[in-house]
Write a protein that binds this ligand. Structure first.
Ligand code: ZN
Length: 260
C-alpha cells in the first residue's frame, strides 16, 4: 500500500504534514471549544474571546499569528494563551511523525491524522465540560469504517476491529458497573466507554488492552497532580490512544517475543 519514497520526498511530506497538523489543530481546538460552549460548531466566524472582534486571515495562521502578535489580540491587546500555539506545534509534530512511522502516506496515515484531531477535541471538551460529545467518537468510527473499506482485506480488518472494540468497551462496561455498585457512584462516564470502543476498533484487542493500561497510569498521574475531586478521564484515554498509535506495535511485538 505504501510506496517506497526517497528521503527527500519523505522530508517534503513531513513538512506538508506538519503544516496540515497545525491547521487541523487550530480548527479542532476552535470547534471543540464551540462544542463545549454549546454553540454551533460549524457556523459563525472565529472571534477574539475578550473583545469579540472577528478574526481575519492574518490572525488565523497557526503558530505564526501568535508569534507575530507577541501573544496578544491585535484589536484589544488582551493576551492569547500560549496553549494555542503549543497545541498547534504538538499536533503538527505528531502529524509529521505519522508520516515517519508509515514511511510515506497511505490510508492508515490519513486515518491516524483524523484520530489525533479527535483525541485533541475530546481532551478539550472533557476538560471544559466533563463530557465527551457523541459526535467525536462517532466521527472516529466512521473514519475507521472508511479505512477498513479501503484496505485490501476488508473482512479480516473488520473482524479484528470489531473484536477489539467490543471486548474492550464491553469489558470496561462490566467493570464500571461493578465499580459503581461498590463505590456507590459513577466511576466512568458513557463517553469514556464510547471512546474506548473507538480505541479498540482502531487498535485491535492487543494494542487496545495496552492503551487501557496506559490510560489508567496517565489517569492516576492526573489524580496525583491535579488534586481535584473530579478528574476527566477522556484526556487520559486520548493521550494513551495517540501514544499507542505510535508505540503500540513495537510494544506488542516485544511482549510477544517474551513468549515465542
Ligand atoms: Zn481582542
Amino acid at each position: 500500500m505504501l510506496t517506497e519514497l526517497d528521503q527527500g520526498l519523505l522530508i517534503y511530506l513531513m513538512v506538508f504534514a506538519f503544516v496540515l497538523g497545525t491547521i487541523m489543530a487550530s480548527f479542532g481546538t476552535c470547534m471543540a471549544e464551540r462544542m463545549a460552549a454549546g454553540r454551533s460548531w460549524l457556523r459563525g466566524r472565529s472571534e477574539c474571546d475578550s473583545c469579540h472582534h472577528v478574526l481575519g486571515v492574518r490572525d488565523l495562521v497557526p503558530v505564526f499569528s501568535w508569534l507575530f502578535s507577541r501573544g496578544k489580540c491585535r484589536y484589544c491587546g488582551s493576551k492569547v494563551p500560549v496553549k494555542y500555539p503549543l497545541i498547534e506545534l504538538l499536533v503538527g509534530i505528531l502529524f509529521a511523525l505519522v508520516i515517519l512511522r508509515d514511511g510515506g502516506i497511505g490510508f492508515v496515515t490519513v486515518r491516524d491524522w483524523g484520530m489525533i484531531v479527535i483525541a485533541l477535541a475530546v481532551t478539550i471538551t472533557d476538560f471544559m465540560t466533563y463530557e465527551i460529545p457523541n459526535g467525536l467518537p462517532i466521527s472516529g468510527i466512521i473514519l475507521q469504517l472508511l479505512y477498513i473499506l479501503s484496505s485490501g482485506d476488508i473482512w479480516g480488518e473488520l473482524k479484528d476491529s470489531l473484536i477489539g472494540g467490543f471486548v474492550l468497551a464491553g469489558g470496561l462496561l462490566v467493570i464500571s458497573l461493578i465499580m459503581d455498585r461498590i463505590l456507590k457512584k459513577d466511576s466512568m462516564g458513557g463517553g469514556d466507554i464510547k471512546l474506548f470502543f473507538l480505541a479498540g476498533l482502531v487498535l485491535g484487542l492487543g494494542q487496545g488492552v495496552f492503551c487501557l493500561l496506559l490510560a489508567s497510569i496517565i489517569g492516576l498521574i492526573m489524580v496525583a497532580v491535579m488534586k481535584q475531586n473530579r478528574i476527566p478521564f477522556g484526556p487520559a484515554i486520548s493521550v494513551a490512544f495517540v501514544m499507542t498509535l505510535f508505540i503500540g506495535t513495537p510494544v506488542i511485538n516485544w511482549y510477544l517475543s517474551l513468549f515465542f
